[in-house]
Design a protein around this ligand. Structure first.
Ligand SMILES: *[C@@H]1O[C@H](CO)[C@@H](O)[C@H](O)[C@H]1NC(C)=O
Length: 316
C-alpha cells in the first residue's frame, strides 16, 4: 500500500466537507422542488402530442387551423421534431415558427427520421412529463384528424363512471404478425409470432400515470421500430389498466372511410382536414355522406389475440 503523505488528509477532509455542505444546502433549499417542480405551473386536462417532420410546416399549419383551432385553454398541443440532423437555417426556421405558435417540441438529441419515431415518442413523453401537469395525453401523427372537444367529453364520461384504472384508449390490434421487411420491419423481435396487443399509432390516449411509468423507465425500455408496437409492449406488464378498444378511432393503415361517429381519423390529407373541419364547425358533423370502405372490428379480449379482431358487418 502506498504511503499517504500527511498533507493529503486536510485536502481530503476539505473536499468531503464541501460535498456534504453542497448536499445539505441543496436538500434544504430545493428539497420540495426536486421531486415536484414542473416548469409550467398550469395543469392541463389533455396534452396533444403530434409527431411531425421538420419540413411539414404546411401540415402543422393545417392542423393548427383545423382540429387544434379554438381548443379550450386546458389543452396543450405540441408538434415533436428532432433537431440533430438539421442544418442551421432549418433550425432558425423552426425557431421562428416556434416563436409564432409556441407549440414545437424541439428535441436536440433526436436525429429526425422515420426510423427514430419510437425514440421521438419516448423523448417527447419524458419532456412533457418533466415539464407539465396533465391528466391525459393524445398521441397523433400529422396526418391525423381529431375532434378534441368530443374526446374531452368522452374522457369526462369515462371518469364519471368512477373507474380508478389507468386508461390506454384507441383501436387495438392483437393479431398483427411481426413485420420482417419494409419500413416497419422489426429485426430483433423474438418475443412471439405476433406483436403484443397495441393501440394503432394514428391516435391513442394515455392517462397520466402511464406516461409517468414510461418516463420513469425510459432508460430501460427496449425500442422497436414502430412506436405503437413499442407502446403496447411497454404497457404490457402494467396492472390496473383499461385497454379500451374503440371503433371511433379510425386509425388503421388506411382510413375506413368517413363516419360521424369518429373521434380520430387517420391518413387524412391537408385538403381532407380542411373539409372535415369546415363541415364540423358549420354543421356539427364531419361527413355529409358517410362512407365505409371496409369493415372494422370489436376487440374480443376473451379469446387468444390471434382471434381478437374479426371484422363484422355494421362496424364502420
Ligand atoms: C368473444 O368470443 C367468445 C368466444 O368465441 C364469444 O362467446 C363472445 O361472444 C365474444 N365476445 C365478443 C364481444 O365478440
Amino acid at each position: 500500500m502506498p504511503k499517504l503523505k500527511f498533507g493529503l488528509f486536510p485536502v481530503i477532509g476539505l473536499v468531503l466537507l464541501g460535498i456534504l455542505t453542497t448536499y445539505y444546502l441543496c436538500i434544504r433549499r430545493c428539497g420540495d422542488s426536486v421531486v415536484t417542480a414542473k416548469s409550467d405551473q398550469q395543469s392541463y386536462r389533455l396534452v396533444v402530442l403530434v409527431l411531425s417532420a421538420p419540413e411539414n410546416l404546411e401540415q402543422r399549419d393545417t392542423i393548427r387551423k383545423t382540429w387544434l383551432a379554438g381548443r379550450s385553454p386546458d389543452v396543450k398541443a405540441y408538434f415533436a421534431i428532432g433537431l440533430m440532423n438539421l442544418r442551421p437555417e432549418q433550425k432558425l426556421t423552426l425557431e421562428s415558427e416556434h416563436k409564432k405558435h409556441g407549440d414545437l417540441l424541439m428535441l436536440p438529441r433526436l436525429y429526425d427520421s422515420y426510423n427514430t419515431i419510437t425514440k421521438k415518442v419516448l423523448q417527447s413523453l419524458t419532456y412533457i412529463h418533466q415539464n407539465h401537469e396533465f391528466e391525459f395525453l393524445l398521441k397523433a401523427d400529422d396526418d391525423s384528424f381529431a375532434l378534441i372537444d368530443q374526446i374531452l367529453r368522452e374522457l369526462n364520461r369515462w371518469q364519471l363512471k368512477g373507474t380508478k384504472r389507468e386508461l390506454y384508449w384507441g383501436y387495438f390490434d392483437g393479431r398483427a404478425r411481426v413485420k420482417r421487411s419494409g419500413p416497419w420491419k422489426e429485426t430483433d423481435w423474438f418475443l412471439c409470432d405476433l406483436y403484443l396487443p397495441y393501440a394503432l399509432g394514428g391516435g391513442y390516449i394515455l392517462s397520466y400515470n402511464l406516461v409517468t411509468f414510461i418516463a420513469d423507465n425510459a432508460d430501460y425500455l427496449k425500442l422497436y421500430n414502430s412506436e405503437d408496437v413499442s407502446m403496447g409492449l411497454w404497457l404490457a406488464p402494467v396492472s390496473n389498466i383499461e385497454r379500451r378498444h374503440d371503433t371511433r378511432f379510425d386509425t388503421e393503415y388506411r382510413s375506413r372511410g368517413c363516419s360521424n361517429q369518429y373521434l380520430v381519423t387517420h391518413k387524412q390529407s391537408m385538403d381532407d382536414m380542411r373539409k372535415l373541419h369546415e363541415s364540423y364547425t358549420r354543421y356539427g358533423y364531419m361527413c355529409s355522406h358517410e362512407v365505409s370502405n371496409y369493415l372494422g372490428y370489436q376487440y374480443n379480449w376473451t379469446v387468444p389475440p390471434s382471434q381478437c379482431c374479426e371484422r363484422r358487418p355494421g362496424i364502420a
